[in-house]
Design a protein around this ligand. Structure first.
Ligand code: GAR
Length: 224
């Protein structure tokens, strides 16, 4: 009988609430999911996400080092010791040292709550509302040194509603993030991603065919 393949070991970096971390923990609770979370690092000791790791019995620690370089050195050592083959940023709100980004090149992913390259940086939901876009969403991408850049692995499209404020839009996007991140990590763990010329080819999946309109086409009776 074929021996089951070892699961990919994943280290997760957080700064706050940790709901994306929780989504990854939930996905990995299924023994057939091809990845497991082996270490959680927060740059803030008060990050509520640390409690999610504790509850799930996952090794977790705070690296509150204010120097970018020293943070990177400590986090890198802990991640290597954990045997991580992938590092996932999940609401990690510090800019990473470029040496760290290069050391983990193509094994470092991030989730961002917009359809990159639109609305990088802070307050992407506020930026989407200000721009008046009808759709926003979220992106999982490989990390490169420039903030919120790097080859795109997967995106989810989320409609903007006329009465949205920043919090409502963020909540709707977050629900999509919780589906997208576990799927993207699965694709990585299954070896389905190839990066070529800065773009990611995904094998064994098909894109959807259907276009969404927002607003949807009005009913005839609503005209006038
Ligand atoms: C998420 O919306 C994530 O996409 C965003 O912070 C939130 C963290 O929530 N990340 C960024 O904006 C990174 N540029 P969480 O702590 O509940 O996962």
């Amino acid at each position: 009988m074929a021996r089951p393949r070892a699961r990919l070991r994943v280290g997760v970096l957080i700064s706050g609430r940790g709901s994306n971390l929780q989504a990854l923990i939930d996905a990995a609770a299924d023994p057939t999911y091809p990845a497991e979370i082996v270490l959680v690092i927060s740059n803030r000791p008060e990050a509520p996400g640390l409690a999610h790791a504790a509850r799930a019995g996952i090794a977790h620690r705070t690296v509150a080092e204010p120097s970018r370089e020293l943070f990177a050195r400590e986090a890198d050592a802990a991640l290597r010791q954990s045997g991580a083959g992938l590092v996932a940023l999940a609401g990690f709100m510090r800019i990473l040292d470029s040496g760290f980004v290069e050391a983990w090149r193509d094994r470092l992913v991030n989730i961002h709550p917009s359809l990159l390259p639109a609305f990088p940086g802070l307050h992407p939901q506020r930026q989407a509302l200000a721009a008046g876009v009808r759709f926003s969403g979220c992106t999982v991408h490989f990390v490169r040194v420039a903030v919120d850049t790097g080859p795109i692995i997967a995106q989810a499209v989320v409609p903007v509603h006329g009465d949205d404020d920043e919090a409502r839009l963020a909540e709707r996007i977050l629900a999509a993030e919780h589906r997208l991140y576990p799927m993207a990590v699965r694709l990585f763990a299954e070896g389905r991603l190839r990066i070529r010329d800065g773009r990611v080819a995904v094998s064994g999946t098909a894109p959807p065919e259907i276009a969404l309109l927002n607003p949807s086409e009005p009913l005839a009776s609503a005209a006038g």
